[in-house]
Design a protein. Structure first.
Length: 292
């Protein structure tokens, strides 16, 4: 079976503007939306209603420890956060949840225990949890992640390889074909940002001076697409995730952005849709048609 490509619009990249994200879906730039659910109940109900009315899939985001960079190291606090947020996310019937959980400061045994407990929670809730490869989390490096995959056979990943390039100061998976194959076989979802030796986000992926970084990431994403096709999956999913919060480079003194985030993420979505069509055929990459 050839998987179909589903592209998701990240709310983190557009200042959490759901209406703008749904507008991009109506334009067939994206197939669905990825982001956190509002914590306040009435806002959450309205959010879920708008997603349902639009007829688009949702990838719900769960973050533990107090923020994108965890503010605490207590495994109990992280598990409590996960239980609460995963329970809230389950109410929205997401396609799956993508999770930033745990702390890079934990020893291996603590990380394995926490992630095993989190997987049990997700299973009991009847949702699929996909854990992001992210700095400040147990999956901060390719080698720590490989050990976690060996210890936890049910662990699935949201792969954002840009973090590993920054942590390792190189296009690290070019020299690790066996590790790439292991990770590809356990990947559930891709965050399509391009990192380089000195950072998690190039100023613009179309810039010729970063062509080697773009080509490397696309080669790694291809390995995941191939693994999904070999496994007979019905879809493969990807979220272009060039973002703000210090990721977007700015000009000194003026603070003017080096590029425009919406343009970058739309460019990345269009490029990957075209690439997928070349590899798997136009029908596999056809955008979903959504309502108003």
């Amino acid at each position: 079976m050839t998987p179909r490509l589903l592209l998701f619009r990240s709310l983190w990249t557009n200042a959490f503007n759901l209406e703008a994200a749904l507008a991009d879906c109506r334009l067939s730039l994206f197939d669905g939306v990825e982001g956190p659910l509002p914590q306040e109940e009435s806002s959450r109900q309205e959010f879920c209603r708008r997603i349902r009315d639009a007829g688009v899939p949702l990838v719900a985001e769960v973050v533990t420890g107090g923020g994108y960079v965890p503010e605490c190291r207590s495994p109990a606090r992280h598990l409590e956060d996960f239980q609460r947020q995963a329970g809230i996310a389950a109410e929205s019937s997401p396609l799956f949840i993508t999770v930033l959980a745990g702390s890079d400061a934990w020893p291996l045994g603590q990380s394995v225990d926490f992630l095993g407990r989190a997987l049990e929670v997700a299973q009991n809730l009847g949702i699929e949890a996909s854990f992001e490869t992210h700095r400040s989390r147990p999956t901060f490096s390719p080698w720590s992640t490989r050990v976690l995959l060996e210890q936890l056979p049910k662990l699935r990943l949201t792969c954002d390889f840009s973090h590993w390039c920054c942590v390792c100061e190189r296009l690290v998976l070019d020299g690790e074909p066996g590790l790439l194959a292991t990770v590809a076989a356990r990947t559930n979802h891709i965050h399509a940002r391009v990192g380089y030796a000195q950072g998690p986000q190039v100023p613009h992926p179309a810039a010729p001076e970063y062509s080697d970084a773009l080509e490397a990431h696309e080669c790694w994403w291809d390995a995941i697409w191939t693994a999904h096709a070999s496994a007979g999956r019905s879809f493969t999913s990807m979220t272009p995730e060039f973002g703000p919060d210090g990721y977007l480079q700015v000009h000194p003194f003026t603070g003017e952005p080096a590029a425009e985030l919406d343009e970058i993420n739309r460019w990345m979505a269009a490029r990957q849709r075209e690439r997928f069509a070349v590899q798997f055929g136009p029908q596999a990459s056809t955008p979903a048609v959504v309502g108003n």
